[in-house]
Design a protein around this ligand. Structure first.
Ligand SMILES: [Fe+2]
Ligand SMILES: [Fe+2]
Length: 500
């Protein structure tokens, strides 16, 4: 099922309907008030034209805002109901609109209308919500700003129209070229691209409205100056965007490539703790990350998310690191425990991981993958140990992870990469055939135990994952030629060697 069909299928409960409608009404009121406030502010500096505004113009602005907010609601109702189900996401949408209107107004009021950060809303929305939503939110921003500008006595009507045109075209372009933005350099490239339509629109409009009688030199300098403001507008959007993005990521706990990169920095709090207190687990996580990244790349999934999810999938082991094999020395703490108690300790790391990730304010998606990465699989070692100690009358669920099963392809990738790394480390023979057989067994075992029934992974995806895991793991454990033993010596300043 395509993403769009899935989004449309999302049913709204009565609570969702009530809360989303109330929130949209609240924001319609807020946006109307903000628009009227900006209009008064804009006109307050234009003394010669007066600051009086008719009641008719105020009604018109309120009507336009209510219309835009209603259309925005209908857009999400038909295109992405997930937004309407989340109070945080509704506030995110409106916060982007408020941020754009305020920053665009201030720049135009104190500097120049063409220097507005015209692609700010579009870039924030494309990274924090999605591409289609960014295009629509940008349209709402452009029209809302145009409504405010129309009643502002500070601008010529040409400037109002070109500002509308610039915001629409440059913003839409930014939604396309800014999708998947990962680095500051890429952000600056987006700035360079969006500047092209901005300066063209400004240049052509200024030429078309040039009044007669102005000298060619004065005309040239007038157009160049306006175009210069347009260039500032394009690049100031990027500066505003890079400055504001971390605040949005933090306030709304959003996942972007920028944030994921920060989270996978080895200096980040939880990973540093893992490195110090559970070095074996940390090492395992970095290997799982390499495997998961390769799988995500080959499946066209989010590589940065796969990497971050792998890094954090086992942080729950921080609660009792010494009970996990990779952190143990010669002494095994489980030797003193019953298999039931051991299984309890081991399985708690998924729930502990979820809680630790949430308690540290990290994205929910990482917590979800941490709790899903073992699905409802039995803890084989302690189940087998218990079987040996009893007559076989055991409830396998007492020795199984509580779930849930992987809900996404990335969670399924982490599940397979995790189990593969653990199993391959236990192999004495790391040939491609041996690794292939182990990985195949891991996938088949999970299929037989119905672990992929809640995610949209296909047989073709599992084949790609199997091949990728095998190549990644055999690459990491590649065969090295045995070094010949040789002893070096120095005679008369010359180095020679001999076999030993
Ligand atoms: Fe685990
Ligand atoms: Fe693991």
């Amino acid at each position: 099922m395509s993403d769009q069909k899935q989004r449309l299928k999302t049913a709204l409960t009565q609570k969702d309907w009530v809360s989303s409608v109330l929130l949209f009404i609240f924001n319609a009121v807020l946006l109307s008030g903000a628009s009227i406030g900006l209009m008064f502010w804009g006109n307050s500096g234009v003394k010669e034209k007066g600051m009086e505004m008719s009641a008719g113009s105020l009604y018109y602005v309120v009507f336009c805002v209510v219309l835009f907010v209603t259309i925005l609601y209908l857009y999400f109702l038909f295109e992405n109901r997930e937004i309407l189900k989340s109070v945080g996401k509704i506030f995110l949408v409106f916060s982007i609109i408020y941020t754009y209107l305020f920053s665009a107004f201030v720049v135009a009021h104190y500097f120049n209308v063409y220097a507005r950060p015209v692609v700010l809303a579009s870039l924030l929305a494309v990274l924090l919500i999605g591409r289609k939503e960014a295009i629509f939110i940008n349209v709402v921003c452009a029209l809302s700003m145009f409504t405010i500008d129309s009643f502002s006595k500070a601008y010529e009507s040409t400037e109002c129209y070109s500002a509308l045109l610039i915001c629409f075209t440059a913003g839409t372009l930014a939604a396309f070229v800014g999708y998947g933005l990962k680095t500051r350099l890429q952000a600056m490239s987006v700035g360079a691209i969006v500047v092209i339509p901005i300066v063209l629109i400004i240049g052509l409009l200024e030429i078309s409205t040039l009044s007669e009688g102005i000298g060619s030199q004065a005309f040239f300098s007038h157009v160049i100056t306006k175009m210069g403001y347009g260039v500032i507008g394009g690049f100031s959007s990027i500066v505003f965007f890079l400055a504001i993005l971390p605040i949005f990521e933090w306030v709304f706990n959003c996942v972007t490539a920028f944030r994921l990169r920060e989270l996978t920095n080895h200096e980040s709090k939880l990973l540093k703790k893992l490195q110090e207190q559970a070095p074996g687990t940390f090492n395992h996580c970095t290997t799982v990350a390499q495997i998961a990244e390769a799988c995500a790349l080959n499946l066209g999934e989010d590589v940065a998310l796969a990497r971050a999810a792998a890094y954090y999938h086992d942080v729950g082991k921080l609660h009792q690191p010494d009970y996990f094999t990779e952190n143990q020395g010669d002494y095994n703490l489980h030797d003193e425990l019953t298999p039931e108690l051991s299984a309890d300790i081991i399985r708690s790391h998924t729930r502990d991981g979820y809680q630790l990730i949430r308690a540290n304010g990290l994205p929910r998606v990482l917590a979800d993958i941490a709790v899903e990465h073992h699905g409802t699989m039995p803890i084989r070692y302690f189940y087998a140990k218990a079987l040996k100690m009893t007559d076989g009358d055991l409830n396998i669920e007492d020795f199984s992870y509580p779930g849930p099963k992987p809900q996404t392809k990335i969670a399924a990738i982490i599940m397979i990469a995790d189990a593969s790394d653990a199993a391959v480390r236990a192999l004495s023979n790391h040939s491609a055939e041996a690794v292939e057989s182990v990985v195949r067994e891991i996938i088949e075992e999970r299929m037989n135990l119905d672990q992929f029934s809640d995610c949209d992974i296909t047989m073709a995806d599992l084949t790609v994952i199997r091949r990728t895991v095998v190549s990644a793991v055999t690459g990491a454990n590649h065969h090295r030629i045995k070094y010949p033993s040789i002893r070096y010596k120095k005679t008369d300043g010359k180095t020679t060697g001999e076999n030993v």
